[in-house]
Design a protein around this ligand. Structure first.
Ligand code: ATP
Length: 435
């Protein structure tokens, strides 16, 4: 469902069920900054693990790394971020609201106060600055990284030497990035602190178009593999005037959010821009030796740059459903079991006749292999509804029949269909369904 209230409903479900909270909530919050709660952190970790498996460990041509967030400021001078990484900003002279000039129509009135009195657009650098160490002078200025990619480029030589990589090969990492965005909003979509999953794939110059196509399709397929509605996903090629300062060509993976088609990930042909810049600024050779031709070459790069939080938001928006069940409204997150924070919930029907003990024993047996959760509080209907909202694919209920025949009811979240399964078959039953 994609009505305009979907985002509000999702934000409140995320809070209610412990997925995502406003940061510093007890102090009135901090605009556009979010904390992941018990369910949110599981969902987010699942996303990161699935990405890592797809991009790194299931392949032989990509290695991982984890660079520090703090980097020498010279990195950002070399990469062009100090001089180029800005967005155009305008203010409304009447109400003082501030906007990204490329996100609104300056021929129209201010969306905030309805008056048309714009300042000229000026460039605003998106990097957050702080001071490193105990002195606060210009020599201690340092930036919070606005992308994880540069940590990979400056480690290019280390990675090549230690992993003896041969072109084409990639280096991947997941980590926090920070951007002092002029305007934030749409929940997790645009915040000032977010996490990225980036991979730089080094190829022979001249091979970039082929790899750009390969990775664009591979990345689109990955989102489909998470169970996101295929018709709401697409690849969009950038127009020349949209390209970032380093990119020769770029595809975005886009999703149709309730607020319109928007970017989830960029796949860009960065050419040899970054390695050339770092070679020039550091004076260090960042080349790869081709033993076949006896040449040192500077590889070109195809980058895949995805947002963890945007992926989490997409999964949640896509999974959110409201249904009428027996004249009552049911809210259900139809999460793919791969990403669901809890895979199965175990319930005693009532808290007597030994049912809680049997349910706890089942929980103990299953929790090593599955993300299992035990809930004995409230009516069984309420417990099912809570797990529907948490996106839990299966419920296992111990009832009075269990006492005589050692079977339990397994309820499937989406169809709400129920079947009896013998307790000693549960593990293989779920393995068949889920693995
Ligand atoms: P936009 O045009 O939306 O500002 P961008 O093109 O600057 O995005 P990239 O630099 O390509 O974004 O960043 C790669 C990915 O990092 C994005 O596709 C997105 O998933 C994520 N990302 C970038 N900025 C933010 C942000 N402010 N909040 C959350 N995720 C972000």
């Amino acid at each position: 469902m994609t009505d305009s209230k979907t985002m509000d409903k999702l934000v409140s479900l995320c809070k209610r069920r412990g997925f995502i909270f406003q940061s510093s909530d007890i102090y009135g919050g901090l605009e556009a900054t979010y904390d992941y709660g018990p369910l949110g952190v599981e969902l987010k970790n699942n996303v990161k693990q699935l990405w890592w498996r797809d991009v790194v460990t299931s392949r032989t041509d990509v290695v991982g790394m984890d660079a520090a967030i703090f980097m020498n400021s010279k990195v950002w001078e070399a990469s062009g971020h100090v001089s180029e990484f800005h967005d155009p900003m305008v203010d409304c002279k009447n109400c003082k609201a501030r906007f990204r000039a490329d996100h609104i129509d300056l021929e129209k009135n201010c969306p905030n106060c309805g008056i048309k009195e714009w300042t000229d657009a000026r460039q605003f650098n998106l990097m957050l600055k702080t001071h490193y160490g105990p002195s606060e002078d210009s020599s201690s200025v340092i930036y919070l990284r606005p992308e994880t990619a540069q940590g990979i480029f400056v480690n290019f030589a280390n990675a090549v030497t230690t992993s003896r990589a041969k072109l084409p090969f990639g280096i991947a990492q997941i980590g926090k990035s920070f951007r002092n965005e002029i305007t934030t909003g749409n929940f997790l979509f645009r915040s000032r602190e977010f996490e990225q999953m980036e991979m730089e794939f080094f190829v022979k110059p001249g091979d970039t178009s082929e790899w750009l196509e390969y990775w664009s399709n591979a990345r689109l397929d990955w989102y489909k593999s998470l169970g996101i509605t295929e018709e709401k996903l697409k690849l969009r090629s950038h127009e020349d005037n949209e390209l970032a300062h380093y990119a020769a060509a770029c595809f975005d993976v886009e999703y149709e959010f309730p607020f319109g088609w928007s970017e989830l990930e960029g796949i860009a042909d960065r050419g040899s821009y970054d390695l050339d810049q770092h070679t020039q600024h550091s004076g260090k050779k960042l080349t790869w030796f081709d033993s076949k031709t006896n040449e040192h070459i500077t590889p070109a790069v195809v980058e895949t740059s995805a947002g963890v939080d945007r992926t989490v938001l997409t999964i949640l928006v896509d999974a959110y459903h409201e249904e009428k069940v027996k004249n009552e409204q049911r809210v259900v997150l139809k999460l793919n079991p791969k990403v669901a924070p809890i895979t199965l919930a175990v319930f005693p029907l009532v808290n007597r006749d030994g049912m809680p003990e049997i349910a706890e024993k089942i929980m103990d047996d299953l929790k090593g292999d599955f993300a299992a959760f035990f809930d004995a509080g409230g009516s069984i209907g309420r417990r099912y509804r809570r797990q529907d909202e948490a996106g839990t694919p299966y419920g296992v209920t111990v009832d009075s029949d269990t006492l005589s025949d050692q079977t339990v009811t397994v309820r499937e979240r989406d169809s709400m269909a129920q079947e009896r399964v013998s307790i000693d078959q549960l593990s293989s039953y779920f393995r068949d369904k889920l693995c």
